[in-house]
Design a protein around this ligand. Structure first.
Ligand code: TXA
Ligand code: MG
Length: 319
């Protein structure tokens, strides 16, 4: 049975014995293990049922450790790390030889970030190895933003999840790489393109590449509820297409629907994209548990975090 607890020393002990612990971050909960333990890394892939060709993100507690992970640190990578860490940007950099190939799926690059959660930073400081941590969900399903989401997924296959409250940002980190001095975005996430561009100038977006995904978050179907889910610009018209159905709607702002048999999740009453992204996955988890015939999600405005939310909704609704 999984233990939900704030006992960092217990977590440390499990990780030092090559076990796995789910950890809170400001984005989503991660399924963490020692990057240097082959046993722990194998177990991460097994527990998540994650294909081996999908590399993992390395979590460290300080920018000062970056030179132990990466062989080269481009100027713009340094600027972004200094600006956003601890926080929701993941940098893809040339890896040091000491980083196991199982972490990087054989690539010569490694993804790395400093997460912004007090308990996880405290844990990382106590450990003498970094943690590999993909989101703590079975491959392809909705990411967890509370300890209870993690426990629901892994109650029998995981020893411990650290109780860290609901995640502040609520969607995964933004992943960027560097090619010839240029910043390339591989995955939209909790830090918007606009925010990154305000620091390093125009960046290149390369986040839609199903054939050979740089990041599996880029596979078209991902973050998906079990319930059939569709995405629309026009909620009311779409509702009419499903008469006599149990319908859930996922809305940005409130909308008067004049129907009392519809389950409604409103992500922000005052149109705040940050609030909406924080609440997105928890709302999807709740709707998915209600035994509905269909979930109808509203398309977000295509700016700032609206882009990241639309990215997740598009992948959640792909067949
Ligand atoms: O917010 C997050 O990033 C969360 C928390 C736990 O830190 N983690 C997370 O991990 O979202 P995961 O495994 O669900 O997604 C990791 C992404 C994948 O899309 C993977 O392909 C990409 O990072 N990635 C890892 N190494 C890479 C590399 N060398 N090059 C390109 N993409 C890489
Ligand atoms: Mg994931």
């Amino acid at each position: 049975m999984i233990q939900i607890s704030t006992d960092i020393n217990k977590a440390k002990q499990i990780l030092e014995n090559e076990g796995l612990v789910a950890i809170p971050t400001e984005t989503v909960y991660g399924l963490a293990g020692n990057i240097y333990s082959e046993k722990a890394i194998n177990n991460i892939f097994k527990t998540k049922n994650r294909p081996k060709h999908n590399p993992l993100i390395v979590h460290i507690h300080s920018i000062n450790l970056l030179n132990k992970i990466a062989k080269e640190i481009p100027e713009k990578a340094k600027i972004l790390a200094e600006k956003f860490w601890p926080g929701s940007i993941t940098l893809v950099l040339k890896k040091k030889d000491t980083i196991p190939n199982s972490i990087t799926a054989g690539k010569d690059t490694v993804a790395v970030r400093v997460p912004d959660h007090p308990l996880t930073l405290e844990l990382l400081k106590k450990l003498d190895f970094p943690l590999a941590a993909p989101s703590a969900n079975p491959f392809g399903s909705i990411s967890p933003t509370t300890s209870q989401h993690v426990a629901n997924y892994f109650k029998d296959s995981l020893e411990m999840v650290i109780e860290g409250g609901a995640c502040n940002n609520g969607i995964e980190s933004t992943i960027v790489g560097f090619e010839n001095e240029e910043v390339i975005l591989y995955r939209l996430g909790s830090i918007s393109v606009e925010e990154i561009e305000s620091i390093v100038g125009t960046i290149k977006i390369k986040n839609k590449n199903d054939k050979s995904p740089n990041a599996p978050g880029m596979l078209s179907r991902h973050y998906a509820p079990k319930t059939k889910t569709i995405l629309t610009q026009n909620i009311k018209a779409e509702i009419n297409n499903y008469p006599n159905s149990k319908i859930g709607v996922l809305l940005f702002n409130d909308l008067n629907l004049n129907e009392n048999n519809i389950e409604k999740e409103i992500l922000s009453n005052n149109g705040n994209l940050k609030e909406a992204s924080t609440k997105l996955y928890a709302a999807m988890h709740r709707l998915d548990k209600k035994g509905l015939d269909i979930i109808i999600a509203e398309k977000f405005p295509e700016n700032d975090l609206g882009k990241s939310i639309n990215d997740r909704l598009e992948r959640a609704t792909k067949n």
